[in-house]
Design a protein around this ligand. Sequence first.
Ligand code: ZN
Length: 204
Amino acid sequence: MEEVRGLLSSEDNDFTWSSWDDRNAGLAELDEILFALRGGFEVPVHTLRVLFAPTGPIQEVSLSSGWGDAFIALADRFDEAMVEKPENGEHAQDLELDSFCGCLENPIGRGIHVKELGMDSRFAEISVFQCRDCGRHWLRYFYEVEAFTRSGRWYLGCVTPEQFAGLTVENAKGVMEALDWYLYGGSYYNGLMGKTSGEIQLIS
Ligand SMILES: [Zn+2]
C-alpha cells in the first residue's frame, strides 16, 4: 500500500480516467487505508480488491501516467498476499491477543507504530503504540510541570482495539483510569516503576 501511495503521489499523474476527482482525493483514500492498516484495524477486503481491480482507479491512473507495468507487478503481489489471509491472518491475531506476551510485564522498548494524539486540557501528552510482538495497543499518558524538577510522570495502560478506536486526547485519562491496572513511572516516582489502578492524581 505504501508503494502504491508513492506511485500515486507523483505530481505528473493524470487522474482524469480514474474514479477519483483528483490526486488529493486518491491520496486521501490511500491514507485512510494506510492509517487503518498501521493501527491494526481490518480494512474490508472488498475495498482493497476494488482498488487493485483491472480498470480500477489505480490501474486507470497508471495507464494514463505511464506506469502501467509497475501497477501490474504490484497487483500481482497484492493477489498473492490476499490468498494467504483468510487462512492465517485473522486467526493468528486473535490468538496472540488472548495469550500472554512479555509486554504485559514490561511494554517499554517494545513499541512500534507510535501515534501521537497530542495534549489534553491538563497539558499531558498522549500517545499510543503497539507491541511489536503481539500487536496490543498501549496508551501512554505523560505529564510534567516544566517549572518543577522531578515532576515528570508517565502512565502506560493496555487498551483493547475498541478502546483504541474511541480514544481522544480528552478521554484518554478517563480510559486509563477505567482499566483494571496500568503502569506508572518517571522522575516524580524517583525513577521507580509500578502497577496501579484508579484515578491519576496530577496535582500534588
Ligand atoms: Zn505484546
